[in-house]
Design a protein around this ligand. Structure first.
Ligand SMILES: [Zn+2]
Length: 216
């Protein structure tokens, strides 16, 4: 078991108390306070509806907290007529928010797996990306979560996930470096142990840089 799992108290006793959820009204008030803190007047006409709109946007941006990723993938198909080649979904666009600055992370996810009797509907792969993207996260964690969930539910011969994304916390603030993108990958099973399978996947993605030993 990895140290992260052990460090999570809920993994040991399942009794971590639910954090108190503020009311919607309190959330609207909090946004109003931030507007005031930024130096504006939340009472002026243009800003009157803004706190309510921001709270609605939060509901959309962070809808992933209310979806169980494992339950989402529950329906798998076993009538594959022995299909045992790679299944790949490329260029799944996502929008997320970094947990350090709450700034947008915008990019693409590429997912592949080598099935072992079981496959999943491709729209489910796209929805799985959204479950983890619509939370506060970091790209590394999101990459691992997508790969680990697929591995757990499908129990395939291998899973590969690559994410390529731009982080607005570094393009529009902080170091201000536009045009920079970050690449992360997680390879499980044969994608990790078999260089030929990994190469085949990376060739399909056209990202040969990730094939360099030690870079995966
Ligand atoms: Zn950030």
């Amino acid at each position: 078991m990895c140290p992260d799992t052990l460090a999570d108290p809920s993994a040991l006793d399942g009794e971590r108390p639910e954090p108190l959820k503020p009311t919607r009204e309190q959330a609207v008030d909090a946004v109003r306070l931030l507007l005031q803190w930024a130096g504006d007047d939340p009472g002026r006409e243009g800003l009157l509806g803004t706190p309510e709109r921001v709270v609605r946007a939060f509901e959309e941006h962070f809808a992933g907290y209310h979806v169980d990723p494992v339950a989402l993938l529950q329906r798998t198909f076993e009538e594959t007529d022995g299909y045992d080649e790679m299944v790949m979904l490329k260029d799944i666009r996502f929008e997320s928010h970094c947990e350090h600055h709450m700034e947008p992370i915008i990019g693409r996810v590429h997912i592949a797996y080598l099935p072992c009797n079981r496959v999943i509907g491709i729209s489910k792969l796209a929805r799985l990306v959204d479950v983890f993207a619509k939370r506060l996260t970091i790209q590394e964690k999101m990459t691992a979560q997508i790969a680990n969930t697929l591995d757990e539910v499908l129990q395939p011969k291998g899973v590969a996930v690559v994410i390529d994304a731009a982080h607005q916390c570094m393009t529009t603030r902080g170091v201000h470096k536009p045009g920079v993108s970050m690449q992360t990958s997680r390879m499980l099973g044969v994608f990790r142990t078999d260089p030929t399978t990994r190469r085949e996947f990376l060739a399909m993605l056209n990202l040969p840089g990730l094939g360099v030993p030690g870079n995966v």
